[in-house]
Design a protein around this ligand. Sequence first.
Ligand code: NDP
Ligand code: 8X3
Length: 261
Amino acid sequence: MASRLADRWVLITGASAGFGAAAARAFAAEGARLLLGARRVDRLEAAAASARAAGSPEVHFHGLDVALTASVETFVRWTATVADRIDVLVNNAGGALGLEPVSEGRDEDWEGMMQSNALGILRMVRAVLPRMPRDAGATILNIGSIAARTPYENGAAYCAAKAAELAITKSLRLELCGSGIRVATLDPGMAETEFSVVRFKGDEERARKVYAGVKPLTPEDVAEAMVWMAGRPAHVCIDEMIIKPVDQAAIHKVHRRVVGG
Ligand code: NDP
Ligand code: 8X3
């Protein structure tokens, strides 16, 4: 049976790395057509090439900074030059900046996290909604985090930004009830991507320690869940999915194997 996602137009934000780049490959393998956005255009070019190799009939990419309204509007206007509609919007762009107590927090980190993880979703949805078909299985899929549900010390601003993502998702589902557009959140736990390198501002050794002795989720694990959620029959909405590694029973309860043991 042909995939329900075949020939659908799927827009993925933050497609230059991690979950977003893996999602591009996974939707491509279903035969979806892709619109990819992120700030690093050279990395988008590589992600687009991988997606074409994975089977997408059509892949386009364009620079996008979801923290800037003008950039979002330019991006969505550009989509109209290559695609007649947007069937699936994956709001994946985001991440964490810093891991400090509030007493030592930096305004630019707090503002950056709110911009990308929360306000970016509002901007993308506002711009894309006029281009989404009604009653045809259109999907808005927001990427949250278990951090939205269990706040942790030194993560106040990131946890708050992801809690905002969850609230935005729930409000949107109410606003769009009757439109036929489904609204979902996928909330991962620990996954090894560039997330920790970005959080620790390029300190790769510190980033590696986050995953020491653990078998974290891979970007492909998360992308597989995205494809499944967006590929349900048009009348079905998977409102929320939490996906964690088996080694992470809860945000603070991570089993670490002794290295070499
Ligand atoms: P990565 O750092 O590997 O990827 C983040 C992506 O977001 C990059 O493509 C980056 O592209 C993009 N991005 C960041 N800021 C912006 C912006 N302002 N405008 C456009 N694109 C932006 O991390 P992940 O793949 O892990 O993260 C993807 C999402 O998953 C994030 O929302 C993150 O919070 C969430 N998440 C991650 C978890 C993890 O453990 N890895 C767990 C739970 C949730 P560029 O820099 O080129 O703009
Ligand atoms: C990323 C997972 O636990 O680092 O959202 O916040 S965590």
